[in-house]
Structure formats: structure tokens, C-alpha cells
Ligand binder design. Structure first.
Ligand SMILES: [Zn+2]
Length: 267
């Protein structure tokens, strides 16, 4: 069975400009939850999907996974009460260095107001699964090995120390990974990692490249319905795939140029 894994970011009526394109209006988010309930979907966390994939628990009727990247403060304010009202499960992938009160651990540049540690606690206590999303939201495939290991282990350690339980799942910043990054993620002890693929996740698909489907501000309810039903993914996401492919070419070009100018061989 293929399972749609949705990727949200912020849920806000008035997000910061930098976060706007991937921010979903709270009213539309509520309508999306209503649609999932009306069509008989069962929401799972990433951890619950992992257990289904391992055959430890049977798959429910019409499973679907809701994930939220970065850890925006509006998840606590807007999404959490609506999820609770709909009795829906979710996973939030937190960039630990971006947290509002990261203090001495602050790293990277958040795009909008982020969750505080106490809000992360509240989400965890409310049954939301907390996953890691690197420490500074770096492009992991561009990092040398030591920095890559630090991004992966620091975010996991900070979350596990705070929450007092294992945090075995990760989402790649920007959805990017390479074979080297996926190996480092496995070596760091993560058991599953989510990417972006704009495909539904098939049972035998790579657990370190779990594909997710983007939900953006311009995803209207009709399109959302087709995405969750698995209809016309190729047609809905063709433009985004083209953009992503173009961006990858640009990034590879830049990294090759940087390698040449620093005397390294491009990898
Ligand atoms: Zn992110």
C-alpha cells in the first residue's frame, strides 16, 4: 500500500514574507482536516508509519501522514488545536538551532517566529511526534563529514535530552540528501528520514528517503483532495519538479565551481 506523507511548513494567516509560499492559511488547514475526516483517512505519525512498514502493526484504513517542517511557532498556536479537534496525529520536524529560545545553541537564520522549547514540550505531551530537522537547517549534502555529523547528532541529542525519550526520525532540510548524507543519517542512529519527492510512499521505498507531498499556500482544496487520493501527482507537481531539478543543477554547478577554485575535486 502506498501512503501519502504530506509536508507542511507554517500554518498562519499572516506569515513572514520568507515563509509565505509554504505557509497554509489556518482556515484552509481546517478545511483540509475536514476533508480527510470526511473521506475516512486515518492520520499517523511518521513513527507509526515506520511501525506499519516494519510489519509491527497492521495498516489502518486509508493511512495518511501529516508532517510539519522547521518548527514554526504557529504550529503550536494554529495547527495543534485544530489537530486536537480533529483527533489527528502529526509529526513536527524541529530545527533545534532555530528555536525561539535556543540561547547559546542558536544557529542558522529562521524564516519566521519559531517554537520555544516549552512549546516543543507541550506538543510532545499532546502526542505530537517530535522529529529532528538538523541543527542549523544547513544543506547537508554540501557539508564536510565532521560538520554533517555535528548537524545530525546535535539536533538529536538536544531533543532527546529535553524530551527524555528517543527521537529516531529526521527530515532533510530542503528535502535534499545524497548517498553520503543518507549513510551519515543511518550512522547517527536515525531509523527513518523524510525527503521531498512529491510521490506517495510505497511499502518497499527507501526508509532514508521517504517521499513527501508538498502542501503550499496555493494548494486549493480541490488539488489537496487529488493529492491525498493519489490522483495526478505528476500533473500537480510537474512545475515544482522542474524547478527543483533546475535548482539542483544550479547547486551542483556552484559546488563544482567552489571545488575547482579550492582545488578539491567536485563530489
Ligand atoms: Zn526545513
Amino acid at each position: 500500500m502506498t501512503v501519502p506523507v504530506l509536508m507542511y511548513h507554517s500554518v498562519a494567516a499572516d506569515p513572514a514574507d520568507a515563509a509565505r509560499g509554504l505557509s497554509v492559511h489556518p482556515d484552509r488547514f481546517a478545511a483540509q482536516l475536514d476533508l480527510l475526516a470526511a473521506e475516512g483517512f486515518t492520520t499517523l505519525t511518521v513513527g507509526e508509519l515506520a511501525a506499519v512498514r516494519r510489519g509491527e502493526v497492521p495498516a489502518p484504513d486509508r493511512p495518511i501522514v501529516l508532517t510539519f517542517d522547521d518548527g514554526y511557532a504557529d504550529f503550536h498556536r494554529e495547527a495543534l488545536p485544530r489537530l486536537a479537534g480533529a483527533r489527528a496525529r502529526a509529526t513536527v520536524f524541529v530545527t533545534t538551532g532555530w528555536l525561539d529560545d535556543a540561547g547559546a545553541e542558536a544557529a542558522g537564520r529562521p524564516l519566521d517566529r519559531m517554537l520555544s522549547w516549552s512549546q516543543v514540550d507541550e506538543c510532545d505531551a499532546a502526542g505530537v511526534e517530535i522529529g529532528a530537522h538538523s541543527h542549523s537547517h544547513a544543506q547537508l549534502d554540501q557539508l564536510p563529514d565532521a560538520a554533517l555529523r555535528d548537524e545530525l547528532s546535535r539536533s538529536r541529542r538536544l531533543l532527546e535530552e529535553r524530551l527524555g525519550h528517543e527521537v529516531p526520525h529526521l527530515a532533510y532540510p530542503y528535502g535534499y540528501s545524497s548517498a553520503r548524507v543518507r549513510r551519515a543519517v543511518a550512522d547517527a542512529g536515525y531509523r527513518l528520514a523524510a525527503a521531498v519527492g512529491n510521490l506517495a510512499a510505497a511499502p518497499g521505498s527507501d526508509g532514508y528517503a521517504l517521499p513527501r507531498l508538498t502542501v503550499a499556500r496555493d494548494t486549493d482544496l480541490d488539488t489537496f483532495g487529488r493529492v491525498v487520493r493519489g490522483e495526478q501527482h505528476a500533473r500537480i507537481y510537474w512545475k515544482q519538479r522542474t524547478l527543483t531539478a533546475g535548482y539542483l543543477v544550479v547547486r551542483r554547478g556552484r559546488s563544482a565551481l567552489a571545488a575547482v577554485s579550492s582545488g578539491r575535486r567536485p563530489s
